[in-house]
Design a protein around this ligand. Sequence first.
Ligand code: ADP
Ligand code: ZN
Length: 436
Amino acid sequence: MSHAAPYDPIETASPESLRALQLERLRWSVAQAAQSQHYARLFADLGLGPESVRSLDDLRRFPLTTKQDLRDNYPFGPLAVPRDKVVRMHHSSGTTGMATAVFHTMGDVDRWAALVARCLHMVGLRPGDVFQNMMTYGLFTGGLGLHYGAEKLGALVIPMGAGNSHRQIEFMRIFETAAVHIIPSYALALLGTFEEMGVDPKRDLRLRFAVGGAEPYTEGTRQRLQGMWGVPFYNCYGLSEMCGPGVAFECPEQQGIHIWEDSYIAEILDPESGEPVAEGDEGELVLTSLTREAMPLIRYRTRDVTSFVTEPCACGRTHRRLTRIHGRTDDMFILRGVNIFPMQIERVLMSMPEVGHNYLIVLDRDGYSERLTVKVEVTPDLFRGEVDELLRLQERIAHALRDEILVRPGVELVEPGSIPRREGKAVRVVDEREKT
Ligand code: ADP
Ligand code: ZN
């Protein structure tokens, strides 16, 4: 190991022993799932059960579970324990339609916290460190998920929640915060508040690292955040249906996120055919929980697009890595027949230093023709500068975007801070094509 010893020896277990553990736990998880109304019916119809699992390949005999299945059985159909064993409920944020309820037993809450503690330990959090959690608390799992994990590790947790930017920065200064957990679009927005308050995060704070997740962001955005905050930003991935944050987490190598294979089985499938993609190719991440009591899910379609990193990691951990999540299959929009992911646009914008920290993609119609406009905040200097320079930048952005997405967008340069931002996950696309 090139870094400190792992929090849990399982992190460096041999791939063979990990696979053996997965097989044993998969049998348990299928048996547990069969306790729920939803899976009991499904497995009975298909003649499946724990005895159908003789090797890990047998997982492919089970059908995929979709968000729609959870909606159709809302709220208690997927619950696999008596209701008096449930101690916690979360609800996904509903970014893409009606949300789903997710239940936890005390054991689930403990195992989730241990997994998050493992993640935070991996990137250097230690007992006594001050951990400022800037994620929304409540039904959203980003708040309590990291909170319990950091506490379990023995950190001093400040449950700030999102927003209240002046106070966030004051607290970071006064309490010498060592690490923050923050939504990346909010981390960009806070840069404006640092400037306003005359606080230089590199000079005036004792921060060692930041954890960013809950929404997609590009490597360029990460580079920008690291440059301006002056600390490493580690990528944290998770979803409510699989507990929440901590499913996969970046190690200090920053070359992909380790998916914790003692707790989840990851598959990457072609979203159209449902067949596995070739090793290393991109596809939809499908997850099976291995230790969840209250709401085990078998082959859950996350709709998140990623690929496996095929080489072993230099950090010495044996759990496989996923590449940065590029967004969800349903983030993709189609404009004049061309498929476009918002992250393609972010990649172009965040590589340009003149571009500020926020942007918005607007789709509407101009007569019969569909139109794409990208509103881009520029840096304060540029905004106060020469019109010529702004026009040149506008042209450069339009050109670079045309190269990336094959459609020439309209580009509107706007004042820094003028695009409204929400406290939670950023909304990157406004689609007004139906209205116009
Ligand atoms: P909702 O599905 O309603 O947004 P969740 O809060 O459960 O509710 O969000 C989980 C989703 O957030 C993931 O499926 C993924 O699309 C996105 N997400 C979470 N972490 C990351 C990350 N690090 N990178 C990219 N996307 C992420
Ligand atoms: Zn690693």
